[in-house]
Write a protein that binds this ligand. Structure first.
Ligand code: GLY
Length: 375
């Protein structure tokens, strides 16, 4: 019997399993298609500063802790596996398309400065000095040196190798329910009818967390799916690198981000729509992303459209994750990461591993208990 069974093999579940295994704990991960859902679709921005929202101070502290943890997390993964973890420490340039967008960007920069975050306001010309292929009309920018990106697909592949090397058992099956006795979780049942008993169950179940059978409905966190469409474009050799930094743009009030990868891929994202568990890519979503991307990067027209894909963000009512004790003994949540799943992977894994090891949720995790939603 493993000490821990992790339900869900996305980045959060795999990283948590790896951290636990590194502490000498026997871990099993259950997922029919590890890494193939939200973790595969994400653009991989590490954006605690550029995605900061007014009034989300606890989440900001968690996000900053995790962006600071990423370099060591990536180095440890790379040392173990010999594979790239996908971290690109490029900084991020936020740009505005028109004067209204520039005013909104300045207001956000004021707020970011008040929070003590490092931002530098730029003229349109200075923004173009950093990224020469930006549209001549770009009316202003903000340079954010601490926001970076991760190639999420590389990170998944490397974490899969890391869990394998660390002795984690991977069961490629769907969990049908958490098995309980009274108010204690004893393990999980798989779709083939087998039961995996374990000392702890960690639900890294992302957008499906509110559907986890076996957990009483009143203890399930209010996580809902929020769809995001993402495009992957290929930059021809002649234009490389089209961008050297992640570029986030506001164009006529709409936001878009463009995340360059070293191999010539440019990831453009993302739409936001509340359509339940719908992962169809809609023409309107592709249109909006391309319209906004070409407003600030005109050579978008010359890039090959390689992939259009949609995934589901696991959103909560306060946009923050759900971490730790669940109200059922021995069931812990690692879910609800909404827009910050890739960013929050290292800190979530560490918080969950510490909780299992010590029996106590670390202080950094305490604002994110499921019971804040009234459980
Ligand atoms: N963090 C990017 C997104 O959710 O679209």
């Amino acid at each position: 019997m493993p000490d821990v069974v992790v339900v869900g093999g996305g980045l959060i579940g795999l990283a948590t399993a790896w951290r636990l295994a590194a502490d000498g704990i026997q871990v099993t991960v259950c997922d029919p298609t590890p890494g193939a859902q939200t973790s595969n679709v994400a653009a991989g921005m590490l954006a605690p500063v550029t995605e900061v929202e007014y009034g989300e101070d606890d989440l900001l502290a968690l996000n900053l802790a995790s962006v600071n943890a990423w370099p060591t997390f990536a180095a440890e993964l790379e040392d173990l596996t010999g594979q790239p973890a996908g971290l690109h420490q490029t900084g991020t340039l936020s740009v505005a398309y028109d004067v209204d967008d520039a005013a909104a960007l300045r207001r956000l920069a004021d707020y970011q400065r008040r929070l003590g975050l490092e931002v530098e306001e730029l003229s349109g010309r200075d923004a173009r000095r950093r990224e020469p292929l930006l549209a001549t009309g770009v009316s202003g920018g903000v340079w954010v040196p601490g926001d970076h990106s991760v190639d999420n697909r590389q990170a998944v592949a490397t974490l899969l190798r890391a869990v394998e090397l660390s002795g984690v058992q991977l069961i490629r099956q769907r969990v049908t329910q958490v098995v309980t006795s009274g108010t204690t979780a004893l393990g999980v049942q798989l779709e083939n009818g087998d039961t995996v008993h374990a000392g702890h169950v960690i639900a890294a179940t992302g957008p499906w967390s509110s559907q986890l059978d076996g957990v009483p409905e009143e203890l399930r966190p209010p996580v809902r799916p929020v769809k995001g469409e993402v495009l992957r474009l290929r930059v021809p050799e002649a234009y490389r690198p089209a961008l050297q930094h992640t570029v986030r743009a506001t164009a006529r009030g709409f936001s878009v981000y463009l995340v360059p990868r070293p191999g010539g891929e440019l990831v453009v994202g993302a739409t936001t729509s509340e359509l339940g568990y719908d992962t169809r890519v809609l023409a309107g979503g592709v249109f909006a992303l391309l319209r906004d991307a070409r407003s600030v990067l005109p050579i978008t027209d010359e890039l090959e459209l390689v992939e259009a894909i949609a995934g589901l963000r696991p959103a909560t009512p306060d946009n923050a994750p759900v971490l730790g004790p669940s109200g059922l003994d021995r069931l812990l949540w690692a879910t609800g990461h909404y827009r910050n799943g890739v960013l929050l992977t290292p800190v979530t894994a560490q918080i969950l591993a510490d909780t299992v090891r010590t029996g106590t949720l670390p202080d950094l995790g305490k604002p994110f208990l499921a019971n804040r939603f009234g459980h």
